[in-house]
Write a protein that binds this ligand. Structure first.
Ligand SMILES: Cc1cc2nc3c(=O)[nH]c(=O)nc-3n(C[C@H](O)[C@H](O)[C@H](O)COP(=O)(O)OP(=O)(O)OC[C@H]3O[C@@H](n4cnc5c(N)ncnc54)[C@H](O)[C@@H]3O)c2cc1C
Length: 302
């Protein structure tokens, strides 16, 4: 794995991106393609934040979501959100193609399913709302899982990637041609100076005309955002199968959330796809995450 040197000394760039996850590396590469000089600084290793621990599904589907968005902001704004989601899939795929990033991309169907008969109407309504916004969706009852579901919204043509390979590939493309990427370079200070912002890391300073903070939580938090965060933990299992796993991606509509995807093992044996299941658990300390009869991660992996 390529290691990037910490920032030692001073830099002067058009765009400084703070944070080496999917948001930061994608932004940095897009700005570089637009002809800007770019630096990216990461406090730890690239992809060491939530991106590297995610299941790598790049989808327009986010739970039962579009009904709520239409209610809150109206159909026109919801449509722009839907279009932005679809565009993001194409942009990410385009960047991996143009820069030769081998992140095992696959276009697959993605499903949000329910096993709860009382939620079927909500799932059906979500499918209708998403279809009206122009998304490639349908209500379905068969989702190719080893247990019965009551219904699901299927989104066609979504993207599955290996998230840390994307981040590392994009960083490598940014770092070429003299622009720089620095790991172990935590931002500890920031001040405005005319048209530029001066950003201080532990051992260097960067002057940038456009700083981009892509750190999930704001750095140098003056709004006490950290006080609104809470710890939570997700559990995952990956299991090799004798044959090919079923193709689509799945996530449950009900809590606790269970997400099932296929991933690829690094082991030489030919980067075989294996199913991976993530259990998105409730906040730490808030009680048991299983109800009797809900499918466990182990069940979902079959
Ligand atoms: C179990 C799990 C599964 C998920 N699965 C999916 C999925 O399948 N699909 C999906 O779309 N989303 C998924 N998500 C959510 C997704 O992972 C995140 O929304 C996304 O990865 C966030 O990316 P990011 O680049 O904004 O942040 P991160 O990947 O967290 O990157 C932020 C980076 O900023 C760095 N940083 C912080 N402070 C500083 C500082 N002061 N100076 C410099 N650097 C700093 C951090 O070290 C970190 O590397 C999942 C999340 C979890 C927990």
């Amino acid at each position: 794995m390529v290691a990037y040197e910490p920032l030692l000394g001073d830099l002067d760039v058009d765009v400084l991106v703070i944070g080496g996850g999917i948001a930061g590396t994608t932004t940095a590469l897009l700005r570089k393609e637009a002809g800007r000089s770019v630096a990216l600084v990461e406090a730890d290793r690239l992809a060491s934040g939530s991106t590297g621990r995610s299941t790598g599904t790049v989808t327009s589907q986010h739970d039962l979501f579009y009904v709520t968005v239409v209610d809150k902001v109206g159909e026109a704004s919801a449509q722009r959100s839907a279009e932005a989601n679809q565009a993001a899939i194409a942009i990410l795929e385009g960047l991996t193609d143009r820069h030769g990033v081998d992140a095992y991309p696959s276009r697959l169907a993605s499903h949000v399913f329910t096993r709860d008969e009382s939620m079927v109407d909500a799932v059906r309504i979500e499918a209708d709302a998403a279809r009206r916004l122009g998304l490639p969706t349908a209500f379905v009852e068969d989702v190719d899982l080893s247990f019965a579901v009551a219904g699901a919204v299927r989104f066609d043509g979504q993207l599955q990637i290996h998230p840390s390979r994307v981040v590392r590939g994009f960083a490598a493309a940014v770092a070429g041609d003299g622009w720089s990427v620095h790991e172990h370079s935590r931002v500890v200070g920031m001040s405005a100076n005319g048209d530029t912002v001066e950003v201080t890391t532990e051992r260097g300073t960067i002057r940038a005309r456009q700083p981009v903070v892509a750190t999930v939580l704001p750095v140098l938090d003056q709004g006490f955002e950290f006080a609104k965060t809470r710890p939570s933990r997700s559990y995952g299992i990956a299991a090799g199968l004798g044959g090919e796993p079923s193709e689509p991606m799945h996530i449950s509509a009900e809590s606790p959330k269970r997400s099932r995807t296929r991933t690829r093992i690094h082991a030489a044996a030919a980067r075989r796809p294996v199913p991976a299941v993530t259990q998105l658990a409730p906040p730490t300390g808030s009680g048991p995450s299983y109800r009797r009869g809900t499918p466990t991660p182990r069940m979902c992996s079959r």
